[in-house]
Design a protein. Structure first.
Length: 134
């Protein structure tokens, strides 16, 4: 089973060393073994868990919700609560996606307008059209 230094764990997960230290400090990462000189040693389990944390953070889950998930995962019989937490987060992510899709549609419509304006008008007419839109 491979063992990773903090630099290797950072490379493997895409997290910064500072992030790994922060996650450990906040109790989001299981106990990391340390050598007598204090250097951390991460396992494949840590790497998989860190990737999960990054996924959750990248999708907008708060540190507080992650801490709640970790607290729940440390107790037996909390599967339903952990699942509910993830389902709630899934709904928040879906809402973010819907908002971004709406924004993307507006951006695409504006780009189409510009392409049509550029293709069918002189530069002066295009500038006048832009000014009218403001």
């Amino acid at each position: 089973m491979p063992i990773y230094t903090i630099q290797q764990a950072a490379q493997a997960t895409g997290a910064s060393i500072a992030t790994l230290r922060y996650y450990e400090q906040e109790g989001l990462i299981d106990e990391v073994e340390r050598l007598p000189n204090g250097h951390r040693r991460y396992t494949e389990h840590h790497i998989a868990w860190i990737e999960f944390l990054i996924c959750m953070r990248d999708s907008g889950m708060s540190i507080q919700d992650l801490k709640q998930y970790v607290r729940l995962s440390q107790r037996k019989g909390t599967g339903p609560e952990r699942c509910a937490l993830l389902e709630s987060h899934r709904e928040a992510v879906k809402a973010q996606i819907a908002t971004l899709e709406d924004r993307l549609e507006r951006i695409e419509a504006k780009i189409t307008w510009y392409h049509e304006a550029l293709g069918h008008q002189s530069e002066q007419q295009f500038i006048e059209a832009i000014m009218e839109e403001k």
